[in-house]
Design a binder for this molecule. Structure first.
Ligand SMILES: Cc1ncc(COP(=O)(O)O)c(C=O)c1O
Length: 457
């Protein structure tokens, strides 16, 4: 370094810092070019099952909304499936006590004995299901439980019946297992419920698994006992067919609807893998804790996948999970309060959608009976002849979501992500004020003077 540079560094430390950073950037850029040349000569092919996976539109939209927000835009994200409440205090306290008390070591692979016992007691008391602790596999979120259930039971040559609308991950998990997802569509007219006849028409000798989600993400539909009994009748006719019952929204259900566990129906326990978890009802999404309850043979298979991939879930989260189950039947008062808030929001959101473009009767939506989503059918306001000012033709639900993100700066998820492109999903797990603002903006963006709908008769 010359004495002149030394002197200028002393006088202008910020300039010296910038020069050094420029130099580091130039070096890094040279290294990246060299790396690029090296990468080009590497075989970048992937496991075909992985290469066939599609990106989750829910996550992509949530990320996009977040980055728009970070860049200063007043975006309202109603795309994520996450309660906006804090985890109840007693659960947080149990997590903190676990850390302080040194409960920070590896958990047994399928979870702690105490929590598996508590899950068995919960399943017996609340769901009428009898399981032994050896039939419970606690995992890092219900997502892992579903994935392990699918991978443990299905492989190449198998078909998995996935009723649409479906949770985005089901078909991709089937592909990961090498199995074929067979989508069985339902619609707003049939309450987004799979009927016994529709199920029967999608079965083949290759059918191995049916995935049922009640209450449903994304539609909020809840199967009645009668609906499930009719499905069980069909399942009974197919000795090879199993059922994965995803019951993670069990406690977010609005009377008179009542949750019924599929495994509790006559003859279904041995055929069913029940998945549940803590994320939604207890506002514990970040704690990553879910479970699978299944006959020992299937539970063991799921456990062996877990033992060779992630091992057991966080010991700390399991202590918190224990406290969650101790809150009382159905999650006690904290869950009752959250459910009451969700119900109020559901009614508000449904009434706002019903009032929107009411003259044309354009948006179809009935109040869902569970979960915290609405899934309006918007087919009447998209397609040829539907034109938004400053945007152009809104050809489908995907375009409608793009338009609403641009114009109203509200993030929703297009129904195509869930297998029903005629719908969009809005999560009302957001504060009352946020929902009011979001619906004001959506309404303004869809007003007849800026959003024209002209359809062939
Ligand atoms: C239907 C359904 N099943 C499972 C999960 C996964 O839950 P977890 O966060 O416990 O992995 C979700 C989360 O969005 C869901 O909506």
């Amino acid at each position: 370094m010359t004495s002149l540079t030394l002197a200028s560094s002393a006088l202008f430390p910020r300039a010296a810092e910038l020069r050094a950073r420029r130099l580091r950037r130039a070096t890094a850029a040279r290294a990246a070019t060299e790396r690029g040349a090296a990468v080009a000569s590497v075989d970048q092919s992937l496991n075909p099952r992985v290469a066939s996976l599609r990106e989750s539109k829910t996550m992509a939209l949530t990320d996009l909304a977040r980055s728009m927000k970070e860049s200063g835009l007043p975006v309202i994200g109603l795309a994520a499936g996450e309660p906006d409440f804090d985890t109840p205090a007693a659960i947080v306290e149990a997590g903190c006590a676990a850390i302080r008390g040194g409960k920070t070591r590896y958990s047994p692979n399928t979870g702690t004995a105490a929590l598996r016992e508590a899950v068995c007691a919960k399943l017996l008391d609340e769901n009428g299901l009898t399981y032994e602790p050896g039939e419970i596999v606690l995992s890092n979120g219900a997502k892992q439980s579903v994935a392990q259930g699918v991978i443990a039971t299905c492989g190449p040559g198998d078909e998995v019946i996935v009723p649409a609308p479906f949770w985005v991950s089901y078909p991709e998990m089937c592909r990961l297992a090498g199995a074929e997802p067979v989508v069985a569509r339902t619609s707003a007219e049939d309450g987004f419920l799979l009927s016994a006849e529709t199920l029967r028409s999608h079965l083949s000798p290759k059918s191995r698994l049916l995935i049922l989600c009640t209450p449903s993400n994304p539609s909020g539909a809840v199967y009645s006992e009668e609906d499930l009994r009719a499905i069980a009748e069909v399942v009974r006719e197919h000795p090879r067919l199993l059922v994965l019952a995803d019951e993670i929204y069990e406690h977010i259900i609005y009377p008179p609807a009542r949750h019924v566990s599929f495994a509790g129906l006559p003859g279904m326990r041995e055929r069913t893998l029940t998945v549940n978890g803590f994320s939604k009802a207890f506002a514990m999404t970040g704690w990553r804790l879910g479970y699978l309850a299944a006959p020992a043979h299937f539970a063991k298979a799921a456990a062996s996948i877990q033992s060779q991939t992630t091992s057991g879930p966080s010991t700390i989260s399991q202590e918190a999970g224990l406290a969650a189950l101790e809150l009382g039947p159905g999650g006690g008062e904290p869950v009752r309060e959250m459910r009451a808030a969700f119900l109020k929001r559901r009614d508000y959101v449904v009434s706002r959608f019903k009032a929107m473009r009411a003259n044309a009767g354009d948006i179809k939506l009935e109040a869902p009976r569970g979960a915290f989503y609405v899934f309006p059918d918007v087919s009447a306001i998209v397609g040829e002849g539907c034109v938004a000012e400053g945007f152009g033709v809104v050809e489908d639900g995907d375009a409608l979501c793009r338009y609403l993100l641009e114009k109203a700066q509200v993030a929703l998820v297009p129904g195509s992500a869930f297998g029903n492109p005629e719908c969009v999903r809005l999560s009302y797990a957001a504060s009352d004020d946020t929902l009011a603002e979001a619906l004001d903006r959506i309404e303004a963006a869809l007003k007849e003077d800026v959003y024209r709908v002209k359809k062939e008769a």
